[in-house]
Design a protein around this ligand. Structure first.
Ligand code: NAG
Ligand code: NAG
Ligand code: NAG
Length: 562
């Protein structure tokens, strides 16, 4: 009942925000409706300043503590003030978590301007709150955790006395983008099956992300009993669900204490039975699921009958699954947040529009520091065709530019090499634009190679993903999980460069994604225990093949208007 009351006040807040915006509150703040980002900051800054002035801090107030305004005050009617709701992403984030240890959690909303557009469903919000309660009860070193751990230690489990907490353990694997996609997939699976998600810290998870859940950690403790076995889990492992099914060593009456889920790109015809309703009912009884995946496997969960109703309630807009789960789970640590905000304030904050360009050429060997000519042509062609950037003019430069305000567009390039950046910057430096717009071109880093283990490399990569997500418009590379994460976090439907088979310019150079949700690169081929083949992209309207990968699957909104 209490939940219901809180929910309805949140609903009211949402409506308030919506109506204020539609009534043009935005233009009241700075008088230029096109500068949406600046507006959000300026409006918000107004209210911070107000609360800072009202309640002066004894120390000198550093600039960023302006953001540290009172997040959790309730007015007399017990309503959460509107700004708080905005900061909590419309109720997505839990209230009352400690602020200073993770500044990004409640500050990110200031930088993301699109958050007004989509709100999480009230059902998703209530499921997240109840997940948090379960996590608190079942997380590491709780009584329930210790009790369930005994089955792992002894290797014995009697399924006739069910556990009060079941778990899914995510094993750290692969590059940063893949990690974020698979953690989110595992978390959704945990929500759907009432499991608790525990995350293997690997080399750097705690350096990159804050704890997402209140009070109890999501990190798998280092003394976890079978942690030494993690490296041995693979396609051929006898502990894999696929092999257990193949050899019929698992049944309703013989349930093992743990099962390894091989949901890597190499999953075989037995591993992929994970995506079948019948096998899920058996898995449901296993206390510990240990997952290895490098894929965003969410779209295939939407093809399962057993989850259909729940998913429908959680995500009425199917294409925003990662948008919400990613924003809920992934809060950059203060070190990474510093990289993000310093770059943003120094280079992007003043721009009228930010165009993100994410270049990652996958599957080409021998790429040197030089940009690939066809990729540059694709980017320029895409930006021109889709009116993302102005053309350059061959006319003589204007010697005496008028003083009036010129539109300034910032181009933010992320790439392992510097060549694309240099080419575009030179293009707009040595020529004027046909429209007179000023184009600034920036690239935060160029690390030349992907170093999956290097700490600073990963921090910069996470900062770049988040900076890209702050763009107004985004061009991404095909097959890139880095791009998928940036687009979904930012609520952006990107233009994806068309994959070229022979390193020549494609026609068209890019195509608009049907939704912001990531692509599942290697969905299961089979049709569960049925022998017939069905086209998985044709079963329901909201699961379709990907723009950049014809055999991949992705979620799109059923009423596809965005
Ligand atoms: C799987 O792991 C086992 C044990 O570590 C190893 O012997 C085997 O070569 C691995 N198989 C594959 C396909 O990687
Ligand atoms: C196993 O149990 C589930 C319910 O928990 C039931 O639906 C299924 O038919 C059972 N399977 C067998 C082979 O008994
Ligand atoms: C490259 O591939 C495209 C499509 O497959 C084809 O139309 C084009 O002619 C090819 N170009 C060259 C130079 O081979």
């Amino acid at each position: 009942m209490k939940d219901m009351v809180e929910m309805s006040s949140l609903e009211m807040e949402k409506q308030q925000i919506g109506s204020n915006i539609s009534k043009g509150e935005v233009s009241k703040c700075v008088g230029n409706p096109t500068k949406a980002m600046a507006i959000l900051l300026v409006c918000s800054m107004g209210s911070f300043l107000f609360s800072v002035l009202k309640d002066p801090s004894p120390d000198n107030v550093p600039w960023n503590s302006l953001y540290n305004f009172s997040l959790f005050n309730k007015d007399q009617a017990g309503q959460v003030p509107m700004d708080d709701n905005k900061r909590l992403l419309g109720g997505l984030l839990p209230q009352g978590m400690e602020k200073d240890s993770c500044l990004s959690r409640y500050q990110m909303a200031l930088y993301r301007k699109r958050l007004q557009r989509k709100y999480p469903s009230s059902y998703l919000i209530s499921r997240l709150r109840s997940y948090e309660a379960t996590h608190k009860r079942c997380g590491p070193y709780t009584e329930s955790y210790n009790r369930t751990l005994e089955y792992l230690k002894s290797g014995q489990y009697n399924s006739t006395s069910p556990t009060d907490c079941n778990y899914i353990v995510w094993i750290s694997l692969s590059g940063l983008g893949n990690k974020m996609l698979t953690i989110a997939s595992a978390f959704l699976y945990a929500l759907l099956t009432n499991r608790v998600l525990l995350v293997d810290p690997g080399e750097n998870i705690p350096d990159l992300f804050c704890e997402p859940f209140p009070e109890v950690s999501w990190l798998l403790p280092p003394d976890f009993p079978i942690i030494d076995k993690f490296d041995t889990f693979n396609l051929t492992s006898p502990d894999s669900y696929g092999n257990m099914l193949r050899h019929s060593v698992v049944s309703n009456s013989t349930v093992p204490p743990y099962v390894y889920l091989n949901l890597l790109h190499d999953l075989d015809d037995h591993d992929e039975l994970f995506f079948c309703d019948q096998e899920q009912s058996l898995l449901h009884k296993v206390p510990w699921l240990i997952l290895k995946s490098n894929n965003y496997f969410v779209p295939s969960l939407f093809l399962m009958q057993s989850f259909e109703e729940e998913l429908n309630n959680l995500f009425p807009d199917e294409g925003s699954v990662f948008h919400f789960l990613g924003q809920y789970l992934f809060h950059p640590t203060n070190t990474v947040w510093g990289l993000i905000t310093r770059f943003y304030e120094a280079y992007l904050a003043r721009a009228d529009e930010i165009i993100g360009i994410q270049v990652r050429i996958i599957g080409i060997v021998g790429k040197g520091p030089e940009p690939l000519k066809y990729v540059v042509d694709q980017i320029v062609g895409c930006a021109r065709n889709e009116n993302l950037l102005p053309e350059i003019s061959e006319k003589k430069p204007i010697i005496n530019p008028s003083k009036q305000h010129k539109t300034m567009k910032a181009v933010l390039i992320t790439s392992l090499s510097a060549g694309y950046f240099e080419t575009l910057r030179d293009m707009y430096w040595t020529h004027q634009t046909a429209t007179g717009e000023i184009i600034e071109v920036y690239q935060p880093s160029h690390e030349e190679n992907q170093h999956t283990e290097n700490e600073m490399h990963n921090m910069k990569a996470l900062a770049e993903i988040n900076l890209l997500s702050l763009s107004d418009k985004l061009i991404t590379s095909p097959w890139s999980t880095f791009g998928y994460v940036a687009q979904s976090l930012g609520g952006l439907r990107p233009w994806i460069l068309v994959k070229s088979d022979n390193q020549t310019l494609t026609d068209p150079p890019c195509s608009r994604a049907a939704s912001m949700d990531p692509c599942f690169h290697t969905p299961p081929n089979g049709n569960c225990r049925e022998k017939n083949w069905v086209d998985k992209g044709k079963i329901v309207p909201h699961v379709q093949h990907c723009e950049d990968r014809s055999w991949g699957l992705k979620l799109v909104d059923r009423d596809n208007e965005s």
